[in-house]
Design a protein around this ligand. Structure first.
Ligand code: TYM
Length: 327
């Protein structure tokens, strides 16, 4: 089985990324031949600082290893090192619907937030479809916010296959059972995000333990006193989900354990559990990040493996689309 997922290097990585992303990557790499891509080409679609992109690409690579990816077993690489991604994106734009791109909620949200809306922000899901399809991917571990983009990638694969002959596997998503959408601690009806969320409500992976505990202590809860997951209790539901993931228990077990206790106890314990979950990640990250030559060496190995794996698909695309090929 082939597994593929991608994550953007810009913006601080947060607990939502950990639960919907990193944690799933480490688990799904066991399922087969896995590819994890630092999608630096995606990060230029909104305003960014080139120096920041450079440093954060290396930060993210260290973080992916610190959270459990094994670069010997899996292919971990940067998107810009494999030119097939940019090429596939252009070729696939021929079978992507303009109307469907305009209906992407992430595009609409991000476009609303800024004055300058780049063409890249609009065509971003085509690049993402290429990322996935180039590797004949069966499964894509992602959080809930990427569901619509994956649906588009499936449509693109089916349209290409129907028009030019079977070339791509039609991929399926893998979503975490609990925590597919971790919410902002201050505004629990919004997803946790460094771009759209609040500073106090976003727990960053490399934050100091005391700062993490403080954010949980001041998390917004709901009316009533019962610790129970419910649609009208988004704050409590989010905290129960996070505690459930951090301590590897079912949400039902967590609810039962807090029967008769107050929100204050829950908030304190979630903070402690998250600190405990992230402390070893932080330590390992700092160690890896201090050895840049080793990170660059591992990135070069990842790029080589990813080029070898994606080239046959790219060649098949050119050929089936009618381009003259020289070999
Ligand atoms: P990105 O970089 O925004 O997020 C990386 C992963 O984290 C998940 N995630 C969350 N999960 C739960 N709760 C949250 N609050 C939360 N916020 C983020 C995301 O769902 C994602 O799995 N477009 C993608 C990157 C990408 C990609 C791909 C992913 C490019 N090409 C190919 C999969 C396959 C993105 O911006 O993710």
């Amino acid at each position: 089985m082939k597994i593929f997922s991608g994550i953007q290097p810009t913006g601080d990585k947060h607990l939502g990324n950990y639960i919907g992303g990193f944690r799933q990557y480490a688990r799904t790499q066991e399922l087969g031949d896995a590819f994890f891509c630092i999608v630096d080409l995606h990060s230029i679609t909104v305003d960014y600082d080139p120096r920041d992109l450079h440093d954060r690409t290396l930060d993210l690579f260290a973080m992916l290893i610190a959270t459990g990816l094994d670069p010997q077993r899996s292919t971990v690489f940067a998107q810009s090192h494999v030119t097939a991604h940019a090429e596939a994106s252009w070729l696939l734009s021929a079978v992507t619907s303009y109307g469907q791109l305009g209906r992407m909620t992430q595009f609409k949200d991000k476009a609303d937030q800024r004055e300058f809306v780049s063409a890249g922000l609009y065509t971003y899901p085509v690049l993402m479809a290429g990322d996935i399809l180039l590797y004949q991917t069966d499964r894509v571990p992602i959080g809930d916010d990427q569901r619509q983009h994956l649906e588009l990638a499936r449509d693109v694969a089916q349209r290409f296959n129907a028009r030019f002959g079977k070339t791509f596997v039609v991929p399926e998503g893998i979503y975490p059972e609990i925590g597919a959408r971790i919410m902002d601690l201050q505004e629990p009806t919004k997803k946790m995000s460094t771009t759209g969320g609040t500073e106090q409500g976003t727990v960053k992976l490399l934050e100091e333990p005391d700062a993490i505990r403080k954010k949980f202590r001041s998390a917004v809860t709901d009316s009533g006193r019962e610790i129970r997951r419910a649609a009208d209790k988004p704050g409590v539901t989010n905290l129960v989900d996070i505690l459930s993931v951090a301590t590897d228990r079912s949400p039902g077990d967590v609810e039962q354990a807090y029967d008769g206790q107050g929100y204050g106890d829950l908030k304190r314990d979630v903070g402690d559990a998250v600190v405990e979950l992230l402390a070893p990640v932080r330590e390992r990250y700092l160690e890896l990040r201090s050895n840049e030559p080793e990170l660059l060496r591992l990135l070069a190995t990842g790029a080589e493996k990813a080029r070898a794996a994606s080239t046959p698909t790219l060649e098949a695309m050119y050929e089936r689309m009618g381009f003259v090929t020289l070999s």
